[in-house]
Design a protein around this ligand. Structure first.
Ligand code: UGA
Length: 433
């Protein structure tokens, strides 16, 4: 078992740290935020992620997992240091590498033994080389430093599961001994390992996210055409997915993709291509389609009501997808902002994301404590995230509680056949009305 340090305790860093300790390694996670570290050491996860907190508490108790703000303490005995800090999008579309550079400087200053630095964060092509150069520039001790690119493919909301049951682990390295060691560390996960060079590993991550985003924008375009011609996009997706070359996954139409990854990574890859004098036309279309898709319900409700001034709308679902409290690039933000700009009153409900939403959404948004409270007396309900609570909600309650039951369902939560049994005006995505 190895001594590992993880820089950054966001989604990727924390999940990686907890899961690596669960398979037996000694893990120290580092973050610059003392409040967060205190919370983590007391067994509280700062993010909502199924199974994470339980595994975290278990491994803290087994003394395999520890959190600190002290880089020198964390790096002293670490054979491997993972960089898992954020790479947010800058206003020019490129990834902001400030946290990556800071992590590299700290490694240079505090690493005390030969070390392998593993990049987990999604970084632009060539960043691993930059990381190595920064570390060498700041290196205090006389040690050997190897770099490995080991992109992560976990999804928010199923991050722990994805780490244990992922499809592949990609290891990009120049030094084969370093790659061997990272392979050995990951062996207990029993996931197929694919080895390549560093630049190809960096590209695998961007290309994977861009391809998944392409599938989503593609099916959303098909959904729009289905609406026009009277076809049902869900049947179309099933019929397509039965072809194993296409597959069923990521063909669910809706209000587009959000979250901290697809929007940021598709933009970053587009800018990387542009920087190389190449216009990535397909990816540009994927990004544009997604922007349009996110506010599709605004267009639909305006068609239905004309003006929105004075209308009272319930928005169900604020997180960018179910099972997370994350609102980054969520469709809820753009939709609610548009409703408010157009003069509508908005009352919102989300099973777990309301605390985060209160910090982000316009101040005039009201928050309900239940679905019933949210929809009561409203002119229309908008389903923006497909939480199970909404899917299981009895449809007769919309009839009982709303002024006149009108639902704009941005995630196709209810079957068309089921809806026919209720006096509800129902609009969904890519299906016959
Ligand atoms: C995504 C990838 O799925 C992970 O493999 C990757 O590791 C991660 O980004 C990352 O780069 O860190 P995540 O953003 O957590 O994971 O969420 P997804 O489950 O992929 O969903 C992203 C968005 O696409 C959500 O807004 C979701 O509602 C939307 N989506 C997904 C659809 O609209 N239709 C689909 O069929 C699938």
């Amino acid at each position: 078992m190895k001594n590992l340090a993880i820089v950054g305790t966001g989604y990727v860093g924390l999940v990686t740290g907890v899961c690596l300790s669960e398979i037996g390694h000694n893990v120290i996670c580092i973050d610059i935020d003392q409040g967060k570290i205190d919370k983590l050491n007391s067994g509280k996860s700062p993010i909502f992620e199924p199974d994470l907190e339980e595994l975290m508490i278990k491994n803290i108790k087994s003394e395999r997992l520890y959190f600190t703000t002290d880089h020198s303490e964390a790096f002293k005995n670490s054979e491997v240091i993972y960089i898992a800090v954020g790479t947010p999008q800058k206003s020019d579309g490129f990834a902001d590498l400030t946290s990556i550079e800071q992590a590299a400087i700290q490694i240079g200053l505090h690493a005390k033994r030969d070390v392998i630095v593993v990049t987990k964060s999604t970084v632009p092509i060539g960043t691993n080389e930059k990381i190595k150069n920064i570390i060498l520039q700041y290196l205090v001790s006389d040690i050997k430093v190897d770099i490995v690119s080991n992109p992560e493919f976990l999804r928010e909301g199923s991050a722990v599961r994805d780490t244990f049951y992922g499809d592949r682990i990609v290891i990009g390295a120049e030094c084969q001994d370093a790659a061997n060691l990272i392979e050995e560390i990951n062996k207990p996960f029993q996931i197929p390992i694919f080895r390549t060079d560093i630049i190809s590993a960096e590209m695998i991550k961007y290309a994977s996210n861009a391809f998944l985003a392409t599938k989503i924008s593609f099916i959303n375009e098909i959904a729009t055409i289905c609406e026009k011609i009277g076809a049902n996009v869900e049947d179309v997706a099933i019929g397509m997915g039965q072809d194993s070359r296409i597959g069923y996954q990521f063909l669910k139409p809706g209000l587009g993709y959000g979250g901290s990854c697809f929007p940021k990574d598709t933009n970053a890859l587009f800018h990387i291509a542009t920087h190389e004098d190449y216009s990535f036309a397909l990816l540009k279309a994927v990004i544009d389609v997604n922007k349009k898709q996110q506010t599709l319900l605004v267009d639909k409700v305006k068609q239905r009501f004309g003006i929105l001034e004075g209308k009272k709308f319930a928005v169900l679902g604020l997180a960018f997808k179910p099972n997370t409290d994350d609102l980054r690039e969520a469709a809820s933000i753009v939709n609610i902002t548009r409703f408010i700009e157009e003069g509508a009153e908005v009352i919102a409900f989300d099973p777990v994301a309301m605390q985060n939403a209160k910090r982000i959404l316009p101040a005039t948004v009201q928050f309900a404590q239940s679905i019933e409270e949210a929809i009561h007396g409203t002119d229309a309900v908008f389903i923006v995230t497909e939480w199970k609570e909404f899917i299981d909600f009895p449809l007769n309650k919309y009839v009982e509680l709303m002024k006149k039951p009108i639902i704009f369902d941005g995630r196709n939560c209810y079957s068309i056949i089921k809806m026919m049994g209720y006096p509800i005006e129902y609009y969904s995505i890519g299906r016959p009305v």
